[in-house]
Design a protein. Structure first.
Length: 375
């Protein structure tokens, strides 16, 4: 390599000082570039170690959400009788919403709620929060109802014969029924019947006996039965086994059938409503029960009786025509009212009545015919 230290033609003498500097610089260049005439000795001084700065601390993490906690969920009491009530109690922490099923819905974090389930019921509480969900259950159990006592029938005995009164009402029919007490019973239901006919259906009897009284007798003597059931705690129990009974024949010794008499007369006709009324008076000693009417228009025999025609028509007064009676005692007067289907116009009315006494259902005892002219 050639280095020109005198580019401007200056002498070497004056350039010696500068030459040393230049050589020094060249030596330095040689050392730094590694391009010298030979190997250079390494600098024994170690190079300083530069350490990297420590990393910055990360930002603090958010604290974890608190777990939803159901601290209490109970039913008090947990078992109730039918128709009773219980109280749900609950206490929840760290939740944003709480709900209970079975139709209760959203509730506060803690509280109470009265419930009255009809059957054993499980209630589920569900709590929601940032820390998750939680559930708990509690049950309200309905106690099994103890079987209601079934009364034991004591009298009359099965197959007994009971009183049937008298035909004239002077000795009322009277039946007495008795049965055993049931513990806790608040009332009893007595059912007396003959086939589909119900003579007694009384469900408010407060004791273990009942007397049934009636002014008139029953014509049917056989096929009767009776039974009883009890109510305990608002619940009716089972019916007792039924007992049968029959009735004695009606007493007729004080009034012979020949004394049965009645007067039947035309009373009035209402042309606006086509109601025709007859007056009946019992002039005999026997009670009258069935009055059978056959009302016929004349001439021509056109029947004009109305739908109320029957063998047990209305016994009624003119002022209270709907007051039905079953019997006509001796000496009393009633009015029989029928509605004609068509206006009789110029026709006459022939009314035939068959009158029965209460102690003979086999057929008519007397027949009365009332003939009226133009109405």
């Amino acid at each position: 390599m050639t280095i020109d230290f005198n580019p401007h033609g200056q002498g070497w003498g004056s350039a010696l000082g500068r030459g040393f500097a230049v050589l020094t610089a060249v030596s330095a260049i040689t050392v730094l570039s590694g391009c010298g005439q030979g190997p250079t000795e390494p600098d024994p001084t170690p190079a300083p170690v530069v350490e990297a700065p420590p990393p910055a601390d990360p930002p603090p993490a958010d604290p974890p959400a608190e777990t939803v906690a159901i601290r209490l969920f109970v039913a008090d009491p947990s078992a109730i009788d039918a128709g009773g009530s219980s109280t749900l109690r609950w206490d929840v922490a760290n939740a944003t919403a709480v709900e209970i099923d079975q139709g209760i819905g959203n509730v506060s974090l803690s509280g109470t709620r009265g419930v009255s389930p009809a059957v054993t019921t499980t209630y589920t509480l569900t709590a929601h929060g940032a820390g998750g969900d939680a559930t708990a259950t509690t049950e309200v159990r309905i106690n099994a109802a103890a079987p209601v006592c079934v009364p034991t029938l004591t009298s009359p005995a099965d197959g007994a014969t009971l009183d049937n009164g008298r035909y004239d009402g002077q000795d009322r029919l009277s039946w007495g029924f008795n049965w055993s007490d049931c513990a806790g019973a608040t009332r009893y239901d007595l059912h007396v019947s003959r086939g589909s006919f119900i003579a007694i259906s009384k469900n408010d009897i407060g004791s273990s006996s009942h007397i049934f009284s009636r002014e008139t007798y029953y014509a049917d003597l056989t096929g009767w039965s009776w039974k009883v059931r009890a109510m305990v705690g608002g619940t009716w129990g089972e019916w007792s086994p039924a007992r049968s009974f029959r009735l004695e024949p009606v007493q007729t010794d004080s009034a012979p059938l020949s004394s049965m008499r009645a007067e039947i007369n035309y009373y009035r006709y209402d042309s606006a409503t086509r109601w025709i009324t007859f007056r009946v008076r019992n002039t005999g000693d026997a009670w009258l029960e069935c009055v059978e009417a056959d009302i016929v228009g004349t001439p021509g025999g056109a029947r004009l009786y109305g739908p109320e025609y029957s063998n047990r028509p209305f016994f009624s007064t003119p002022t209270t025509p709907a007051a039905n009676r079953e019997v006509l005692p001796s000496g009393q007067t009633v009015y029989l009212r029928y509605q004609l289907r068509t206006s009789p116009g110029a026709l006459g009315i022939r009314a035939t009545f068959k009158v029965y006494s209460v102690d003979n259902k086999g057929g008519p005892i007397r027949t009365y015919t009332v003939t009226e002219g133009h109405l």
